[in-house]
Design a protein around this ligand. Structure first.
Ligand code: TXA
Ligand code: MG
Length: 343
């Protein structure tokens, strides 16, 4: 039976069906995921994927994550998949976990940055999943259906957690920005955890980027805590470059006491600052603007990028951020703050 693209006949909303067709035609579509908004292109179409790099201003050798509708689809993209990958996929997909595996040979070079590995993820946001399913249902020539999608921000900048953020930053560069019409939102708020499973024999399972899924949760399936990143032969991860996730306003991450002192000092010279805090601080903010996020890491992560964008718009001399405690549960947030503060 021939499916109508634009009616509700397939059970897919017209917007999502239009977006899937747009992707199939080589266009760029920004869509919500449970972590952050992604800037999507057909991962089997090198020319389409290249547009992502132009839109973001991203260096061409930085590989992309391929998003899949179902865990089984990983077999179209990855080769020599270790047994532990199936167990991790079972436990955490759909969800904020990206697995790095050996790639299949047919995959365009631009997707993998010339490496022999591929990063795969099944996202949990209902609209991302509907889009992936609608896209996979369209006729295709390639061996696999997947949507390559980095975070939908200019390279090095703060990741978007709302359609408005994407329009602001990449508006003219994309064919469509899918508005989140569900209650789901980017409820994780920071990017997926990236786990490298290509060096199990030598390095074990290695976290390349801490993110929405905690190392302790991975340990429940792995039997052991995964290794933190590092080492000379680690694959390239732009999140591992010093300056990333950064607002335009200079940003400093400080402990609580130093932050209070820095606000006082700035006040004395009439330098207006924005401050991002885990907990309220006593004393009047004076000319400064304080934003208290949360002392709970998941709640903090959900609000972080929107708060950075908001403070960035207010044209402060500086944004001062209270660095949360050095504990495992704050690892992903601290990682983003260190990089946002890096020059
Ligand atoms: O939550 C997320 O992961 C979001 C949403 C949209 O899914 N995506 C995201 O993509 O954060 P991006 O491009 O901003 O960050 C992906 C990271 C990059 O640092 C890239 O280098 C790394 O994944 N990566 C991609 N393929 C890789 C590979 N084969 N080996 C190692 N790292 C890889
Ligand atoms: Mg990114």
């Amino acid at each position: 039976m021939k499916r109508s693209f634009f009616s509700g006949e397939s059970g897919v909303s017209p917007d999502i069906q239009t977006a899937a067709v747009c992707l199939r035609a080589g266009g760029l579509v920004a869509f919500p995921t449970e972590t952050v908004y992604g800037l999507g292109a057909d991962a089997a179409n090198a020319e389409a994927a290249r547009k992502i790099f132009t839109a973001k201003g991203r260096p061409a050798n930085h590989p992309l994550i391929v998003h899949l509708a179902r865990a089984e689809d990983a077999m179209d993209w990855a080769a020599d998949i270790p047994e532990v990958a199936f167990r991790l996929a079972d436990a955490f997909w759909p969800g904020p976990l990206t697995l790095v595996l050996k790639k299949q040979t047919w995959i365009p070079e631009i997707i993998t940055g010339g490496q022999d590995t591929i990063a795969l993820r099944v996202p949990a946001h209902p609209m991302a999943l509907s889009l992936l399913q609608a896209f996979a249902a369209l006729p295709r020539r390639a061996a696999g259906a997947g949507i390559a999608a980095p975070s939908a921000n200019r390279f090095g900048r703060v990741s978007p957690t709302a359609a408005a953020h994407v329009r602001e930053e990449l508006g003219g560069m994309v064919e469509m920005v899918l508005e989140d019409t569900t209650q789901a939102g980017c409820h994780v708020g920071i990017e997926s955890t990236i786990l490298d499973l290509t060096r199990l024999g030598t390095a074990g399972a290695v976290i390349l980027r801490p993110g929405g899924l905690a190392a302790s949760e991975l340990a429940e399936v792995l039997g052991d805590l995964p290794r933190p990143p590092g080492g000379m032969s680690a694959p390239r991860v732009p999140g591992a470059l010093p300056s990333h996730y950064a607002p335009g306003t200079p940003l400093r991450a400080l402990d609580r006491a130093a932050l209070g002192a820095a606000l006082d000092a700035a006040g004395q010279t009439n330098r207006r600052c924005g401050a991002l805090l885990c907990r309220d601080i006593s004393g009047a903010p004076g000319l400064h603007v304080l934003r208290v996020l949360s002392a709970a890491p998941e709640v903090y992560a959900r609000a972080l990028y929107a708060a950075l964008r908001e403070l960035d718009r207010m044209e402060f001399a500086e944004i001062l951020v209270e660095m949360p405690p050095d504990t495992a549960e704050w690892a992903a947030v601290r990682d983003r703050l260190f990089r946002a503060a890096a020059k």
